[in-house]
Design a protein around this ligand. Structure first.
Ligand SMILES: C[S@@+](CC[C@H](N)C(=O)[O-])C[C@H]1O[C@@H](n2cnc3c(N)ncnc32)[C@H](O)[C@@H]1O
Length: 247
């Protein structure tokens, strides 16, 4: 295990051209007072209330309902993420839009001498993540998933779960995830799924809530275009899970 703190190690992965981030809240803050997005869903994520109930109630109930009765529960979903990320003990992992750090912490035990970095735009989510994290190999960054503040090819694995549908430019975010992965790096993405045929309801729901619904090939096609191989697609109700390995 390194003598550096997790935040020191995360700092080394940042784009060196960026100004030094503040760290008084226990995470590296690259956003300051800048809000990233203003959709209703985004505002909810930035509220002080949601982080308190997110992991225990909100995620299992809401995401669970979207995955449907045959979809994986949280434990099975985490097992799937770990399987496709195939983590080694010294790997560096990035959890994009980590929220209160539920997945970030779950991956920490797989990379004892490695590092798990969680990035999120919400200060209240990150405050909760810092509060609930004990592992010495986990560090958090406040930044924009669509414009990741990391140097290229710094990570062995990237995941982005239950969040891509909130981003204003989700395909730019996927390109950013590819940029920060090393060759051979693995990706796991779980996001929403549009039921076909694509009707006006899809569009209205998306516009009002700020939640985007993706077609069944949209994410996997984007991963293939970005240079991922072995791209796999799994569907669970209104959610889809895509994975691959960067060539
Ligand atoms: C529903 S939570 C997902 C948390 C966790 N990944 C999980 O699987 O439970 C979505 C998170 O995405 C974050 N988020 C939304 N847009 C973002 C952006 N542009 N950059 C970084 N984080 C963003 C929100 O702040 C929120 O914490």
């Amino acid at each position: 295990m390194s003598d550096l703190t997790a935040l020191d190690r995360v700092r080394e992965l940042l784009d060196p051209a960026l100004p030094a981030p503040a760290s008084e809240h226990g995470y590296l803050d690259l956003l300051g007072d800048e809000p990233v997005d203003e959709s209703p869903a985004q505002r909810l994520m930035r509220s002080g209330f949601l982080p308190r109930i997110y992991e225990r109630f909100w995620r299992p109930v809401l995401i669970g309902a979207m995955k449907g009765p045959l979809g994986p529960d949280t434990r099975q979903e985490t097992a799937l993420v770990r399987a496709v990320l195939a983590l080694g003990p010294t790997d560096h992992v990035l959890d994009v839009a980590c929220g209160p750090g539920n997945v970030t912490r779950a991956l920490a035990g797989d990379v004892d001498d490695g590092l798990v970095t969680g990035i999120d735009a919400s200060a209240s989510m990150l405050a909760r993540a810092v509060r609930d994290t004990r592992a010495g190999n986990v560090g958090y960054v406040r930044g924009d998933a669509v414009d990741l503040p990391f140097r290229p090819a710094g990570f062995d694995a990237v995941c982005c779960l239950a969040a891509l549908y909130l981003f204003d430019r989700p395909f730019d975010a996927l390109a950013e995830m590819a940029r920060v992965l090393k060759p051979g790096g693995r990706i796991a993405v779980m996001t929403t799924r549009r039921l076909s045929p694509a009707g006006p309801l899809n569009e209205v729901a998306g516009t009002l809530s700020g939640i985007r619904l993706f077609g069944d090939r949209e994410i996997t096609d984007a991963l293939s275009r970005l240079g991922f191989s072995g791209v796999r697609h799994r569907t669970y109700g209104l959610m889809q899970f895509a994975s691959g390995r960067l060539v």
